[in-house]
Design a binder for this molecule. Structure first.
Ligand SMILES: [Zn+2]
Length: 447
């Protein structure tokens, strides 16, 4: 480079002024080009991917535990690159993949990515969404225990004093959560056991430790009682009794069903809802009661995922429906039917053991729940009224006492009522409405 420059200078010394100027300009251009080339090479050298270190910072916790229904706040992520030679730092834009749906329990992953020329970097955030069952913090229908701050929390479904009945048994529901480690229920050690067939009092002990060595212990007293014997109306040797029950209404066919029942002076039982079908028919609850029928709680919302998500959710929904019944009839009811029946398994998906606890709790609270021993078939099996009538006939012929499951929300159910009543009354069957303590046709609880 310096030699070239020398040669250029030597050449420009001899000629006339204009030639000298030209040469000087040329020299200046060459110098500038050379400088630019050098700067360019330096720039490329410094910019080469190997010179840059990328870094990424996930804001907030990279492993997060939330509970169903919690709000997920995306705190984001930042990325930078730093030049190792010059120390220059640049902020990079970050792309994000994945979403968190806190309505659905599960594990979600969010991936953050950033690039700078040939370099790239990525980081992940794992968000665990627990169902409400595992949320010991929100323990409202059960007692919670914690030995100290930062120690795990144990929540006992059913509370530290639980009364259960031999007919339903005991389902030991508990949860343990730790602020740092999340759901640690699987680490709970239980001592003691309950014999559901032997009335008495049993003591259960629970303990759990987190990884920092904090230990929390809990105790529960379980009292096992004999289920009260239903008050059975004396039946004559040949007498057969039918309890017609209608679920899910009131709806658009309820009024006509009431007229048919009136026509034959038959009393029935309505397990009512508020939002399953149509709120415009709620005033029919009043009419049902006025016409001498029994009214029981079925559900306000009839949404399985909601009412069976936890014990408190069930009783909130139940009480909301009983409020409406009170507004309509002037008094609260003590009879009920679980959506899906006491034997439903759908609730298992949302909350293991909940049906066992609800059956016990309902009885402790003085409520009386009913299942059925005859299905009319209108719960999805048939839409044919004559098939329904045949099913009901076959069902009641087998039983001394029959509780028939119907739904006053279908036209085909309405059309089956009259022919069935005509047949049953002509055969000497009697009809009655259900009351607290009556024969309940309980099915085996499966959850
Ligand atoms: Zn129902």
């Amino acid at each position: 480079m310096s030699e070239t420059e020398k040669e250029t200078i030597q050449e420009t010394e001899a000629p006339v002024m204009s030639e000298v100027k030209k040469v000087r300009n040329l020299r200046a251009i060459v110098i500038i080009l050379v400088i630019l080339a050098v700067l360019g090479l330096m720039y490329l050298h410094l910019m080469s991917p190997s010179r840059w270190t990328l870094s990424m910072k996930v804001k907030g916790s990279q492993e997060l535990t939330l509970y169903q229904g919690d709000k997920y706040v995306e705190k984001g992520c930042t990325a930078k690159c730093r030049n190792d030679r010059t120390g220059v730092v640049r902020t990079l834009s970050v792309s994000q993949e994945g979403e968190v749906d806190t309505k659905k329990p599960g594990t979600y992953t969010i991936t953050y990515r950033a690039k700078y020329f040939g370099n790239s970097i990525s980081k992940k955030r794992t968000v665990k969404v627990m169902d409400n069952l595992v949320d010991a913090r929100k323990a409202s229908m059960y007692d919670t225990f914690s030995s100290e701050k930062n120690a795990p929390v144990i929540g006992l479904y059913g509370g530290k004093n639980t009364t259960v009945f031999d007919a339903f048994g005991f389902y030991d529901g508990y949860v343990a959560t730790d602020e740092k480690e999340g759901y640690i229920t699987d680490r709970v050690k239980v001592t003691g056991s309950v014999d559901k067939d032997k009335p008495g009092t049993y003591m259960l002990g629970y303990s759990v430790a987190d990884k920092d060595g904090h230990i929390t212990m809990a105790e529960r007293l379980v009292t096992v009682k004999k289920f009260p014997v239903p008050k059975l109306r004396e039946l004559n040797p040949d007498e057969k009794i039918i309890y017609l029950t209608f679920d899910d209404g009131p709806g658009q066919y309820t009024d006509q069903i009431l007229s048919i029942l009136d026509k034959y002076q038959v009393k029935a039982t309505f397990f009512v809802t508020a939002t399953a079908y149509d709120k415009n028919y709620l005033n029919l609850i009043k009419k049902e009661a006025e016409h001498g029928h029994a009214v029981g709680v079925h559900s306000y919302t009839h949404k399985y995922d909601q009412i069976y998500s936890n014990d408190q959710a069930f009783w909130d929904d139940f009480n909301a429906m009983n409020d409406i019944i009170e507004q309509q009839t002037g008094k609260r009811t003590t009879i009920m039917r679980f959506p899906g029946g006491g034997s439903n398994t759908v609730s298992k998906k949302y909350c293991p053991g909940i049906m066992t606890r609800l059956a016990n709790e309902a009885t402790v609270q003085g409520y009386w729940y009913f299942d059925w021993n005859v299905m009319s078939g209108d719960a999805g099996e048939t839409k044919d009224s004559s098939v329904m009538v045949e099913r009901m006939k076959a069902g009641v012929e087998k039983n001394g006492r029959s509780i028939i499951l119907c739904h006053d929300t279908h036209e085909y159910t309405m059309n089956a009522v009259e022919p069935f009543l005509q047949w049953a009354l002509s055969r000497g069957y009697s009809f009655d409405c259900l009351q607290n303590g009556f024969f309940a046709a309980h099915q085996k609880i499966n959850n």
